[in-house]
Write a new protein. Structure first.
Length: 222
């Protein structure tokens, strides 16, 4: 079985103590820190930008998994790269040219990801797979933490697992398969079974009294 990485989403943390919260989940065993960037336009919520990402970069050593829910994303890619992002993921709907956006992220020396909303089909990523280090499946509609997991996305995760495995078998680069939204120890088991290898969890980690235990519970769901 493939190694599972857990990426707590800071969106569910105490925003008055972000640095402390980032250090706490890193110490609790988080593999990546998931950073949700929202512009109040692409999604109906506003979170934080590159200035906050940069301030957090000095706090922990784990990779920063930056999920851009902003449109357009292109004008801000360099700022997030300079702020310390390791992976930068974009939604195809943010436009205008997904292929160019992925090339730009790679050109900045960062890993590139494509995010599929619940209504966005697998085919949206098929023709740019060569430029992807990560595919992120939204198992809620983006914009807010604390929503319920959409079971309807499990089939899409399984299709993407087949697509990625076939790509790697043809000599293609590895592509991580991440799930974001409503992940708990229970839904994590379904995601892993379907083929995911990175799990984002906001509420399930930051809403727990013991972060280390919450992360361990999700990890052991495999
Ligand atoms: C939603 C964000 C998610 C969110 C997950 O737009 O992309 O990362 O924070 O939160 P939970 O785990 O609470 O669903
Ligand atoms: Zn996210």
């Amino acid at each position: 079985s493939r190694p599972i990485r857990i990426a707590p989403s800071l969106l569910a943390a105490d925003f008055a103590r972000l640095g402390e919260e980032a250090r706490a989940v890193a110490a609790a065993g988080a593999d990546w820190l998931h950073l949700d960037i929202m512009d109040g336009h692409f999604v109906p919520n506003i979170s934080f930008g590159p200035v906050v990402v940069k301030a957090l970069r000095g706090q922990v050593d784990i990779p920063f998994d930056v999920h851009l829910m902003i449109a357009p994303a292109d004008p801000y890619l360099a700022a997030f790269a300079e702020a310390g992002a390791d992976l930068i993921s974009v939604h195809p709907e943010a436009g205008p040219h997904l292929h160019r956006t992925l090339q730009t992220i790679r050109g900045l020396g960062k890993q590139a990801g494509v995010v599929l909303n619940p209504a966005t089909p697998v085919s949206a990523v098929e023709t740019v797979l060569d430029l992807c280090d990560l595919i992120l499946v939204m198992s809620v509609n983006p914009g807010f933490g604390g929503q319920s997991f959409l079971e309807s996305q499990l089939g899409k995760i399984a299709s993407l697992r087949q697509m990625i495995d076939a790509h790697v078998a043809r000599g293609g680069q590895p592509v991580a398969l991440e799930v974001d939204g409503g992940v708990t120890a229970r839904t994590a088991a379904r995601c892993i079974e379907a083929g995911a290898d990175v799990l984002v969890a906001g509420t399930a980690v930051f809403g727990a009294a013991d972060y280390a235990r919450a992360i361990a519970d999700i990890r052991s769901a495999a």
